[in-house]
Design a protein around this ligand. Structure first.
Ligand SMILES: NC(=O)c1ccc[n+]([C@@H]2O[C@H](COP(=O)([O-])OP(=O)(O)OC[C@H]3O[C@@H](n4cnc5c(N)ncnc54)[C@H](O)[C@@H]3O)[C@@H](O)[C@H]2O)c1
Length: 219
């Protein structure tokens, strides 16, 4: 497959690019930063996805992983508008098989920073619109809404014992997702999956759904 990954120089984007490469796929990476992958099937573009005119002409993209994102730095422009620019330019053509958006558990809970939440909730709505329009190509569009992931971008809380203990108190499964597990989800939803479309998968170790309470008088 010919796979386009945004935000491929670090974290989740780098890890999923490496997974696709390991499985023998061709990967085209977009990032503000230089390439951090050296592989014969990998081609890198240094660019800002929020600037539509920067996007190069690319033929026959089959899978798009809209992963690039920022927090507290023009989030709606980078996370939402950037992903829309990429999807509108490369998805609606006969080679397309699957489009995946990296949203966030915060789009469900409303917690985290205002513009970040709005950008990620916007992505889930846009994902559904893309799924409707991609159906005529026989292609799927889905999103993942991750809670905490063990990435460098989370160092401020991973390396702060007080914050980490507080987070674990609110996390029923008492752990965060590994990069390997996130890659398994993305790979499954884009390569294995052929029938689920227009869906968001919440992957947050139970933080959102399992924290409700049921109050009833004791006998
Ligand atoms: N790490 C987590 O716990 C977590 C949880 C929920 C959602 N997410 C989402 O997953 C995605 C990746 O997270 P990460 O932790 O790997 O982040 P990261 O900061 O390690 O990597 C993001 C990459 O995207 C690139 N990028 C950002 N804006 C860009 C733009 N406008 N154009 C081109 N490249 C751009 C950055 O340069 C960087 O290399 C983000 O969208 C983030 O919101 C992460």
């Amino acid at each position: 497959m010919r796979v386009l990954v945004t935000g491929s120089s670090k974290g989740i984007g780098k890890a999923i690019s490496e997974r696709f490469l390991k499985e023998g796929h061709e990967v085209i990476g977009f990032d503000l930063l230089p390439a951090s992958i050296n592989h014969p099937l990998y081609k890198h573009y240094v660019l800002d996805i929020s600037k539509k005119k920067n996007l190069p002409s690319l033929e026959g993209i089959e899978i798009i992983i809209n992963n690039a994102g920022k927090q507290n730095d023009n989030d709606i422009t980078n996370n939402l508008v950037g992903s829309m620019n990429v999807t509108e330019k490369y998805a609606f053509q006969p080679s397309i098989k699957a489009v995946l958006f990296n949203a966030s558990a915060s789009a469900h809970s409303g917690f985290e920073f205002p513009e970040y939440v709005a950008s990620k909730a916007g992505l889930i709505g846009y994902m559904k619109n893309v799924a409707v329009r991609l159906a005529e190509y026989g292609a799927t569009a889905n999103s993942i809404s991750l809670g905490g992931v063990l990435t460098d971008s989370n160092a401020p809380v991973l390396e702060n014992e007080e914050c980490w203990n507080e987070i674990m108190d609110a996390t029923p499964l008492k752990k965060w997702a590994t990069l390997e597990e996130v890659c398994d989800w993305i790979y499954f939803l884009t390569i294995v999956n052929k029938s689920a479309s227009g869906q968001d998968v919440l992957i947050d170790n139970g933080e959102y759904n399992l924290n409700s309470t049921f109050v009833w008088p004791k006998r």
